[in-house]
Design a protein. Structure first.
Length: 318
């Protein structure tokens, strides 16, 4: 069963980190091929006045994929809590939530309505932190240390994707970190023309008021510039997991029930200590454990295989 998905994101314009524009595009592509049941997108409240919620990016994706996905921009925490309460009360089966930005807003909702978390949420995919206890804290976990720590105590499954294996060694592939990077041409080359224009608008911070401009011919010098830029991605494995998909060793997207060798998996853990953004844990052999961590089985193949998988997904926009 593919569950309803609520996706929370710091999707801003100008971007803070454009990986969020890739994440939501992946969600739409999976929905387009009937692999995902994305129903809600929640944009975090911008941390600084120079940012604003990039609602137009979602309007562009709705136009490209001929959908009308419900989205909400957090401006006031009390309004958000009422909104999420109303939306959760409407769902008939438990949903999955992806936290791809700050943990603050889901944590505050959970503090007020813990029973709704228990009754309505199947699994939270937490994209934050580092896999090992480091001297430094990863960006998302440091935004609100106590909120981040509180997610691990919620009465639902927690699938934890630490952004980095070690926050003292940023931007390195590691055993317990979801990070990988690529040159953008590797994943954008096979996209539809419209989706390429979506990425041009996002990455070049272009104010495209006429949404039908997505159909225009792409400016080749601008596209070539974007192709040569590097991009970091963190949330892909979690997004695939909630669609009952995973990545094989050779970069193919396969069903979670497949017997083929996999690139990564989520393994059960026991939390030993959880204070102010610092999580200490050990592996558990109880497969019914409430908390699982992302584990890369083959570090040497991880970057290449994940890049191939992402390219395959974005090509579904055609």
């Amino acid at each position: 069963m593919v569950r309803e998905v609520f996706h929370t994101t710091d999707l801003f314009k100008p971007f803070n980190d454009p990986d969020d524009h890739f994440d939501v595009a992946v969600q739409y592509c999976l929905m387009h091929i009937s692999k995902s049941n994305l129903t809600h997108i929640i944009i975090d409240k911008p941390p600084l006045d120079k940012y604003k919620a990039d609602e137009h990016a979602l309007e562009e994706l709705n136009y490209i994929f001929k959908r009308k996905i419900n989205y909400f921009c957090i401006n006031d925490i009390d309004e958000f809590i009422l909104y999420l309460k109303f939306e959760l009360l409407k769902v008939k089966k438990k949903i999955d939530i992806h936290i791809c930005g700050s943990c603050e807003f889901i944590a505050k909702f959970a503090k007020k309505y813990p029973l709704l978390i228990k009754k309505k949420i199947h699994r939270i995919y937490l994209n934050a932190g580092s896999g090992v206890d480091s001297h430094n804290l990863e960006y998302n976990s440091e935004l609100d240390k106590d909120a981040y720590s509180s997610i691990f105590d919620l009465p639902c499954q927690i699938y934890w994707l630490p952004c980095f294996h070690d926050a003292d060694r940023l931007f390195a592939v590691g055993k317990y970190g979801s990070f990988f990077h690529f040159k953008q041409k590797e994943v954008l080359k096979d996209c539809s023309n419209e989706l390429k224009n979506y990425f041009v608008n996002a990455l070049e911070v272009i104010e495209n008021e006429n949404i039908e401009n997505l159909n225009k011919e792409i400016d080749i010098p601008t596209l070539n510039k974007i192709y040569e830029e590097n991009r970091n991605i963190y949330c892909l494995a979690g997004i695939l997991s909630s669609a009952n998909l995973k990545v094989s060793l050779d970069g193919e997207i396969i069903n979670t029930c497949s017997k083929r060798k996999v690139l990564y998996e989520f393994v059960p853990i026991k939390i030993l200590s959880n204070q102010s953004g610092r999580i200490v844990w050990k592996r558990s052999y109880n497969r019914f454990s409430r908390v699982h961590i992302f584990w890369v089985r083959n570090i040497n193949k991880y970057k290449e295989a994940m890049t191939k998988a992402l390219c395959s997904i974005l090509s579904k926009s055609k």
